[in-house]
Write a new protein. Structure first.
Length: 329
C-alpha cells in the first residue's frame, strides 16, 4: 500500500486561508502602504516651527555661509578684470549710471552717511524681523519661506566662487568714491577696519538685493495693511539705490541676486507644491498619520481574536464524526 498522508487543520488553513485572515493580511499591507505615503507627505507638509531649533539653525547656517563666502579665494586680478568687463558691458547697453549716482549721493553728507548705515544694518535687521514675523503670525508658511531664503543664499556661494568681482569702489581709475572710507563710517564689512573680515571680491550676486527682495515679496504677499505692502515693495527699491550709491555693487549684481531668489522660489515650490502664500496660515495637525497609527493595534487585536476561533470549514460535521470507522481494540 502507498504512503498515507494525514491532512491536519494547519495544512488546510495554509492551503485555503480563511476570508478573515486574507482580509486582515490585505488590510495590513494597505495600512503599511498608507503609513509610508503619510511619512513622505508629512515631510513635505509644513509643521509648526520650534523656536530653539530655528535660532540654532539660522545661527549655524549664517556662520557656515560666512565661512564659505570668506574662504573663496580672493582673486584680485580676476575680480578686477571682471569689474572692468561689467563696467564696459553697462556702457555698451547705455546703462552705466553707477558713478553718477555715487557722486550725487556723496555730495549730500547726511544722505550718504545714512546710506552707509542702511547698508550695514538693515540687511540683517529687516531679514531677521521678517523671519520673526513669519514665525509668530504665519507658522504654516514659515518653513517654505525659510527654504526660499536658504536656497537663495546657498546658490549665491557658487557665484562668489565662479565669478569673483570687485565692487566699483575698488576699481582702479573708475572714478568711484568709497563713501565708507571717506566719511569714516562702518557702513560696510568690506571697508575700513572690517575689510580683513570679509571677502571684498564677492560682489556677484548681491545678497543685499536677494534678501531685501525676499523680504519685500513676503510682506507684500502676506501683510493685510496696505501701508505694509507698500513699504515691502519700496524696501528692495531703496536697497538697490543704496548699494549703487555707496559703490558696493553694480546694478548687474542686483540682477544676479534676483536670479538666485528665483532659484530659491523654484526649490520651495518643488518641495511644497505651492508658493508660501498659498499654504495655510496655520500648520495642519498630523491627524492623518495619527489615525493610521491608532488603527494598527486595533487591527492586530481584531485579527488575533478572529484567528483564534477555528473556521467552520476546519471542523468535522456531526455526521462525518459518527460515520468515521472506529479502531478495534
Amino acid at each position: 500500500m502507498g504512503d498515507s498522508h494525514v491532512t491536519t487543520q494547519e495544512d488546510r488553513m495554509a492551503a485555503n486561508p480563511s476570508p478573515i485572515v486574507a482580509e486582515a493580511a490585505a488590510t495590513g499591507s494597505t495600512l503599511v502602504g498608507r503609513t509610508r505615503s503619510w511619512s513622505l507627505r508629512s515631510l513635505r507638509s509644513p509643521r509648526r516651527p520650534r523656536l530653539w531649533f530655528e535660532i540654532l539653525l539660522i545661527a549655524v547656517s549664517y556662520w557656515l555661509y560666512s565661512q564659505v563666502r570668506n574662504a573663496v579665494p580672493e582673486q584680485q586680478a580676476a575680480a578686477l578684470r571682471n569689474a572692468d568687463w561689467i563696467w564696459s558691458l553697462e556702457h555698451t547697453v547705455g546703462l552705466a549710471f553707477e558713478e553718477t549716482v555715487n557722486r550725487a549721493a556723496n555730495s549730500v553728507t547726511w544722505l550718504i552717511v545714512s546710506m552707509n548705515y542702511y547698508y550695514a544694518t538693515l540687511h540683517f535687521v529687516v531679514t531677521i524681523g521678517v523671519l520673526i514675523w513669519l514665525f509668530r503670525r504665519h507658522p504654516g508658511r514659515y518653513a517654505a519661506s525659510r527654504l526660499i531664503l536658504f536656497s537663495t543664499t546657498a546658490v549665491a556661494l557658487l557665484g562668489y566662487y565662479l565669478f569673483p568681482l570687485a565692487p566699483p569702489r575698488l576699481m582702479s581709475g573708475g572714478g568711484f568714491i568709497d563713501t565708507v572710507m571717506l566719511h569714516q563710517t562702518w557702513g560696510s564689512m568690506a571697508s575700513g577696519n572690517f575689510k580683513h573680515m570679509s571677502n571684498q571680491y564677492a560682489a556677484m550676486p548681491s545678497m543685499h538685493i536677494g534678501w531685501s527682495l525676499w523680504c519685500g515679496l513676503t510682506i507684500c504677499a502676506l501683510a493685510t495693511a496696505p501701508w505694509a505692502r507698500i513699504l515691502g515693495l519700496l524696501y528692495p527699491v531703496a536697497t538697490l539705490v543704496v548699494i549703487v550709491a555707496t559703490a558696493n555693487h553694480f546694478w548687474l549684481d542686483a540682477v544676479g541676486g534676483m536670479a538666485c531668489l528665483t532659484f530659491g522660489y523654484a526649490v520651495s515650490y518643488a518641495w511644497y507644491g505651492r508658493l508660501p502664500h498659498r499654504l495655510p496660515r496655520r500648520p495642519a495637525t498630523a491627524g492623518g498619520r495619527g489615525r493610521v497609527r491608532s488603527l494598527l493595534p486595533v487591527l492586530a487585536r481584531r485579527t488575533r481574536t478572529r484567528t483564534d476561533v477555528p473556521h467552520p470549514s476546519a471542523q468535522p460535521s456531526p455526521a462525518a464524526a459518527h460515520s468515521a470507522p472506529r479502531n478495534s481494540g
